[in-house]
Design a protein around this ligand. Structure first.
Ligand code: SF4
Length: 378
């Protein structure tokens, strides 16, 4: 695992080796030096001419940008590098399969940026921007035409909806990446939601601790602390993302009392094997992040090469449950198409079920018979 200081290809041996630490660790410098053109990707990764041409076409459809910090985690000698698969655009994205809005979020939009699908909770998109753009993102539609609440008037319209809907007690703030917002804007958004008496649970979904951990500054922590209690859902997908910088960012968030839960996406060639997934999940516990969800990848346009079958996710869960601490085992979910909501999937531990007894199997495959009164035998 890279966490203990093994090589950062781009930083230690590559184009950024002479960047002073003070700049490298400044999130503003990172954003000023984004890798964002086919030519820049080509220079850093020695792409073939055909691939560069494909990226020029692709660029007219989808955003590209990678912060140097995150780019530096890629091994440039490995075309199948898992970090590369997640973040470097590929000509395979030109496949037309998939949907721009597989979860039908637009159909459930009730105010700017506000998606109301479940009885007591809403999703609030407050930006379409991120520091880097993941190729598997479920909100690629926002890269083309944003439906986030991006002005004060739009935020107020969403807040007015929330005030009218007293059944809403839980707001998940997402995007884009809410922690990429200027701190004044984030302060404003959080303050406006906090002013609604019936909203008693506030969560933020962010990949900044993973892709731009230097963004977790004292200013940002001050704003988050002011609006506590808050929960943050991080988004680590691979053990190599658990760097000392990412660990420090999570530590800073945890120290101000923010519970950290992780949502991973199951991605082909990235984390679709038991060993990698176990290393990721156990590594997260080591930095105080509790694995929460493992999402089956949604059928987003241009992501067919990153998706696995559902069987793979169930196999991985089977290899985790009972074999490692339950705290490291996330809930594996498919987000049903068309806005049907999350459906949990798990290996089947019920061998047979009758009115008088149930036969169960454990993680080793041993069977246990439970009588009507709850007594057990094997
Ligand atoms: S950080 Fe999140 S919202 Fe932004 S591109 Fe990645 S997956 Fe999408």
């Amino acid at each position: 695992m890279k966490r203990n200081g093994s090589p950062r290809w781009g930083k230690e041996t590559g184009v950024w080796r002479d960047v002073p630490s003070r700049q490298w660790n400044d999130w503003r410098w990172q954003l000023q030096n984004l890798v964002r053109s086919p030519e820049a990707f080509s220079e850093l990764l020695s792409l073939e001419v055909g691939e560069v041409s494909a990226l020029r076409v692709l660029r007219t459809q989808f955003r590209f940008a990678v912060a140097p910090y995150y780019f530096s985690l890629i091994d440039p000698e490995d075309p199948a590098d898992p970090i590369r698969r997640m973040i470097v655009p590929s000509s395979q994205e030109q496949s037309g399969n998939g949907d721009m809005d597989p979860l039908a979020e637009v159909a459930h939009r009730v105010a700017p940026g506000l998606i109301h699908r479940y009885p007591d909770r809403v999703l609030f998109l407050v930006t379409a921007s991120c520091s880097s753009y993941c190729r598997f993102c479920v909100r690629k539609r926002n890269w083309v035409k944003s439906d986030a609440a991006s002005t004060e008037a739009e935020i107020e319209e969403a807040v007015a909806y929330l005030r009218r809907h007293e059944e809403v007690r839980d707001v998940l703030i997402s995007g884009g990446d809410p922690l990429s917002l200027p701190v004044e804007r984030l302060d404003y958004v959080l303050g406006r939601i906090r002013s609604i008496p019936h909203v008693d649970f506030l969560r933020i979904g962010s990949r900044e601790p993973v892709m731009l951990p230097m963004r977790i500054t004292d200013d940002l922590l001050g704003v988050l602390d002011r609006h506590s209690p808050l929960w943050i859902n991080t988004h680590f997908n691979h053990p190599r993302e658990i760097t000392p910088e990412a660990a420090a960012a999570c530590e800073r968030l945890a120290r101000i009392g923010i519970p950290l839960n992780n949502q991973s996406v199951l991605l082909a060639g990235v984390n679709d094997d038991l060993g990698t997934m176990r290393e990721l999940l156990q590594g997260l516990l080591g930095i105080r992040v509790r694995p929460y969800y493992l999402y089956h990848a949604d059928p987003v346009v241009g992501t067919a090469h990153l998706r696995t079958g559902v069987r793979k996710g169930i196999e991985i869960l089977e290899g985790l449950r009972g074999h490692t601490t339950g705290l490291a085992v996330p809930t594996y979910v498919v987000d049903a198409p068309g806005g049907g909501g999350k459906i949990p999937l798990a290996p089947d531990y019920v061998v047979s079920l009758s009115p008088s007894q149930v036969v169960l199997r454990n993680y080793k495959g041993d069977h246990f018979v439970w009588g009507d009164g709850g007594s057990a035998s094997t």
